[in-house]
Design a protein around this ligand. Structure first.
Ligand SMILES: NC(=O)c1ccc[n+]([C@@H]2O[C@H](COP(=O)([O-])OP(=O)(O)OC[C@H]3O[C@@H](n4cnc5c(N)ncnc54)[C@H](O)[C@@H]3O)[C@@H](O)[C@H]2O)c1
Length: 404
């Protein structure tokens, strides 16, 4: 039975480790976060994902999946650590690849000839080559003795397990043999088609997927700000526009969040600032949409306060970065809610996908409707659909169908 080590068992690494364990591999999930290791050792799971808890528990019990904070000898190493931005507030933020370099260093201590190392973290162009250089130097091996490939992940959060199996995969080996070995490896559990290319094209394919999404969302968000000025219902407009057989405008929201689309386009822009104006502008438009909504809510809250001549309460619905998930990373809804609190408003918030949060007074949705003067729907969670808002003042920026 082949051994596989998955380094970074978060939203991508843990489901990947569980699927590999379910498909005949002896898997070691490695993470620097001891809390995560201890939770899994207790047989619990820290990520809310369809069917994940059962699969992880089963594989832990069977002993096909083990967890540790240390990498150990394996046939295959998969890197799924974060790739954030270094300077968040800069006008041209720089990618931070320290986590993948650290993972490479850990692997280099146990690597053996014939092993396969796959980078799955969304990474700037050239990252696969960089990790290979670290590992080969430490192991005193050549590129033909240890095999390196880049294979990006493109799952839909909330449906990760299904998409890990069914999506097509792009694989870019540093050598033809590395691509071939990686393809055989993914074919053990992936039912989608596997497309082979070189490492830098594979790295860029992931970045261009996310920049494409960002640009398309930016168009919907820009339309929504324009439509507000002319009192046009942007959702009706998009519905009508999409009747054109070759037009498919996405839905506007309160910005763009998550660890992917809000971050990765900067990896392209940083690498070539003078040729990436469209990509940079999309990032700016999507960020602007968040501050635009904040202003909209603030203005409405102040006018209600003036009208009823007392302090008011704002009820914010949804904190996660998209509907029906628990992921708060880069979430515009979270940012808006936090800003309203820091501006001194009384804010109650509701996030059905998380149990508690240190910064927020989380309440059930019916309590918020009852206690708030202004209801702000930020994320279209299915729990909020057709909710009775009892004729309260409403700002709905996520296109939810509500019942007034
Ligand atoms: N979440 C998604 O939907 C998604 C989709 C496609 C691609 N990606 C990419 O996959 C990568 C991982 O994303 P994620 O959402 O799983 O992140 P995550 O933060 O949920 O998980 C990463 C894990 O790596 C651990 N870690 C950090 N440094 C480590 C190290 N040196 N050694 C071992 N563990 C370490 C962290 O503690 C964390 O648990 C990122 O590059 C991301 O852009 C994510």
């Amino acid at each position: 039975m082949k051994k596989c080590c998955v380094i970074g068992i978060g939203y991508i690494g843990l489901p990947t480790a569980a699927i590999l364990a379910n498909n005949g591999f002896k898997v070691l999930g490695v993470d620097v976060d001891l809390d995560k290791i201890n939770i899994l050792k207790r047989g619990e799971v820290y990520i809310k994902e369809k069917n994940l808890e059962d699969l992880v528990k089963k594989q832990l019990l069977l002993g096909n999946l083990k967890v540790s904070n240390k990498v150990s000898k394996s046939d295959v190493f998969i890197i799924t650590v974060p790739t954030p931005l270094a300077e968040r507030d800069s006008t041209l933020p720089k990618p931070n690849i320290d986590y993948i370099l650290d993972a490479a260093l850990q692997i280099s201590k146990v690597i053996e000839k014939g092993n396969l190392v796959i980078l799955e973290s969304t990474s700037p162009i050239g990252s696969t080559k960089k990790i290979a250089e670290i590992i080969l130097k430490q192991a005193s091996c050549s590129i033909n003795e240890i095999h390196f490939a880049y294979c990006p992940e493109r799952v839909l959060p909330g449906d990760t397990l299904k998409e890990l199996i069914s999506n097509d995969r792009v694989i870019g080996g540093l050598t033809k043999l590395a691509s071939k070995k990686s393809k055989s490896f993914y074919q053990t559990f992936c039912k989608g088609e596997i497309h082979i290319t070189d490492a830098k094209t594979a790295e860029m394919s992931k970045l261009s997927e996310n920049a494409f999404r960002d640009i398309n969302i930016a168009y919907a968000n820009e339309l929504s700000m324009f439509c507000q000025k002319y009192s046009i219902d942007v959702y009706e407009l998009i519905n009508l526009t999409n009747k054109h057989p070759r037009v498919n405008i996405l839905s506007p929201g309160c910005g763009v969040g998550g660890h992917c689309i809000a971050i990765d386009p900067w990896f392209i822009a940083y690498a070539d600032p003078s040729n990436t104006n469209l990509i940079k502008t999309a990032r700016q438009v999507n960020n602007k949409k968040t501050s635009w909504i904040l202003k909209l809510v603030e203005n409405r809250a102040l006018s209600i306060k003036e009208k009823i001549k007392r302090e008011i309460t704002i009820g914010c619905f949804g904190l996660s970065f998209k509907p029906n998930i628990d992921d708060l990373r880069e979430s515009p809804a979270l940012k808006i809610t936090k800003e309203l609190i820091s501006k001194g408003f009384n804010v109650l918030s509701c996030e059905p996908n998380i149990k508690s949060h240190p910064d927020f007074d989380l309440r059930a949705s019916n309590v918020i409707v009852e206690k708030s003067d202004l209801l702000v729907f930020l994320v279209a969670h299915s729990e909020f659909r057709n909710m009775n808002t009892f004729k309260k003042e409403v700002i709905n920026v996520c296109g939810l169908k509500l019942d007034s």
